[in-house]
Design a protein around this ligand. Structure first.
Ligand code: N01
Length: 543
């Protein structure tokens, strides 16, 4: 295919970010916009992650858009935490409400984007040879979609079915009568394992790191709750937008060290009963993620629960984490209970490392585990993977992957010096929150900036180098005040062998983030260099 089009803006991705970008740029700014997504339809993360048990761990009323009251009035969530099929239906509903699908090309992957400095335009190429040039390139590619498949020898020799959870077959997978192995016990693994344990003949869980997880406490959303949400919508969103993690629970202001043992245990118990991983970590006390003593108290509370729930003390021992409680907080629909089942076996791959995948299963140092199916719940080359897998070249042909080789940088998670008019939603060093409110914040800021540039006849917008380096220092300083950098996880890039360990989030909270973006807007965006078109670009434009 050699079709070549020229548009104002190209949006990569049709998930939460891409759909809202399309709406704002096309319908509110009146630009000519094309979207491209590798999937056959809208959904982004929720298109690909169809594994059994997949759902958000944010409560439904804030795992959605807030920009349209009409959407709110016409959509009803059925559960406290929305399941993947319901979120996918919601995103389809939004796309239909605003007639967004007609502007997307589905089933094509953007593989390259090169900035032409003379023309002030991006030249974009897809895997089907399509070429599109655009003034603005907007990446709504998600934080967590470039699959991480560990390089375990023998994977190609496996004779059974194998899947990565982030690329789950649309037609679904049958488990009955099968011996299934799962590698990985992160957010995805604990959901999947809890869901399929009762469906499979035998389940072998290959665990590398034991996890701290608290109950999610799923359940249907009562009519009265729905009505209350409708009535209090403005207050709910005002709260979320000024909060830290944007989950709509009261964030704690009290230190775990400031209360006595009985009060502390009572508060942890309340958190455990209310459910939700972020709620437990940020709603019980304000220093679980920052003070090692408070952290150990929360960790020991969860260890106590694991000892209580898991009947066989040898299995419980394997499940007990002994590191900091400082990864992305997990919650589950009954994860530890699964290990009381006769058909579930837990393999500690630290004690007996996986040597190879064989035709018939997985062989560890201690023996062979026969399997009909092997599921990789091994996560993602998070945050940067979606960018570095594309050939993105900015001014002077510099490759984004090279610029980020020692760790990614950006201004506010959205823009890069040297890459004019490339805007990222949820790019590196954006806020660590429930994502839809951050996505809305960033999309609105980016579209406001583009509108400003067009109004001022200075449409070439580029993060200033000093603003970007100040932002990186801010992110580092804030991260260093927390315990997160001390734990090995995707949050700092340490889950992918060879990837630079680096700060990848702004841990200052959504409220402060919105304040500083608001300040930028009011001051005319001083962090962004705004230039007019060159004579050559003007000439090309008028052709
Ligand atoms: O990925 P992960 P995920 N051998 O990177 C293990 C969001 N999400 O897909 O901890 C053996 O967290 C790895 O072990 P270790 C959410 O933000 C949200 O689960 O590195 N094991 C770990 O156990 C989440 O944080 C929801 O030692 C290997 C697992 O694989 C993010 O997505 C639901 C291995 C990967 O865990 C990613 O979650 C699902 C190897 N070679 C996802 N390599 C909700 O909203 C990796 N592992 C509820």
């Amino acid at each position: 295919m050699t079709e070549h089009r020229s548009v104002d803006a190209l949006v990569i991705g049709a998930g939460f970010a891409g759909l809202y970008l399309m709406y704002r740029l096309r319908d509110l700014l009146g630009l000519e916009v094309i979207g491209v997504d590798a999937a056959s339809d809208v959904g982004g993360t929720w298109y690909w992650n169809r594994y059994p048990g997949a759902r958000s761990d944010t409560e439904s009323q804030v795992y959605c858009y807030s920009f349209s009251k009409a959407l709110l009035r016409e959509w009803r969530w059925s559960d406290r935490y929305p399941r993947q099929p319901e979120i996918l239906r919601y995103l389809n509903f939004v796309a239909d409400q605003f007639d967004l699908k007609r502007s997307f090309i589905f089933g094509e992957r953007v593989i390259a984007a090169h900035y032409d400095d003379d023309a002030g335009r991006w030249q974009v190429t897809t895997d089907q040879g399509r070429r599109i040039d655009c003034r603005y390139l907007l990446a709504g590619v998600g934080l967590l979609s470039a699959a991480n498949l560990p390089a375990i020898p023998g994977r190609e020799s496996f004779g059974g079915e194998q899947y990565h959870t982030g690329n789950w077959p649309r037609q679904g997978v049958g488990f009955a009568g099968k011996r299934v192995g799962v590698i990985g016990t992160g957010s995805t693994g604990v959901q999947l394992i809890s869901e399929i344990a009762g469906q499979v003949e035998h389940l072998t869980v290959f665990q590398r790191s034991p996890q701290y997880s608290v109950p999610a406490r799923h359940g249907p959303l009562a009519e009265e709750t729905q009505a209350q949400i409708q009535q209090n919508y403005d207050q709910i969103w005002a709260r979320v937008r000024s909060s830290g993690v944007a989950f709509d629970f009261p964030e704690a202001t009290v230190s775990a060290l400031s209360v006595d043992e009985a009060a502390r245990q009572a508060e942890f118990e309340r958190g455990w009963q209310e459910g939700g991983g972020f709620r437990f970590m940020f709603g019980c006390f304000n220093d679980i993620a920052t003070d090692p003593r408070a952290n150990e108290m929360a960790a020991e509370f969860i260890r106590g629960k694991i000892r209580e729930i898991v009947k066989d003390p040898r299995i419980a021992q394997k499940l007990l984490p002994d590191d900091l409680y400082a990864k992305r907080p997990l919650c589950d629909p009954g994860y530890y209970q699964v290990y009381n089942r006769d058909n579930v076996e837990l393999v500690d791959v630290r004690a007996e490392p996986i040597e190879t995948i064989t035709h018939g299963g997985v062989r560890t140092r201690a023996g062979e585990y026969p399997l009909d199916m092997l599921v990789f719940a091994t996560g993602f080359d998070a945050v940067t993977g979606n960018y570095t897998r594309m050939d993105i070249r900015g001014r002077g042909g510099q490759l984004l992957a090279d610029v980020w080789a020692d760790g990614p940088t950006s201004y506010a998670g959205m823009a890069n010096h040297g890459f004019p008019n490339l805007f990222m939603v949820e790019g590196p060093n954006g806020p660590f929150t429930n994502l839809p409110p951050t996505i809305e914040t960033q999309v609105e800021w980016i579209s406001g900036l583009i509108a400003h540039g067009l109004r001022e006849d200075r449409p070439i917008l580029e993060a200033r180098a000093e603003a970007e380096s100040r932002w990186l220092s801010t992110c580092r300083e804030i991260a260093d005040q927390t315990l997160f950098p001390q734990a090995d996880s995707w949050i700092f890039g340490s889950n992918v062998p060879g990837k630079a360990r680096a700060v990848m989030f702004y841990l200052g909270g959504l409220g402060p983030y919105r304040q500083l973006l608001g300040e930028q807007r009011r001051q005319g965006y001083p962090a962004i260099r705004q230039s007019g078109l060159s004579a050559a670009a003007r000439a090309a434009d008028s052709e």
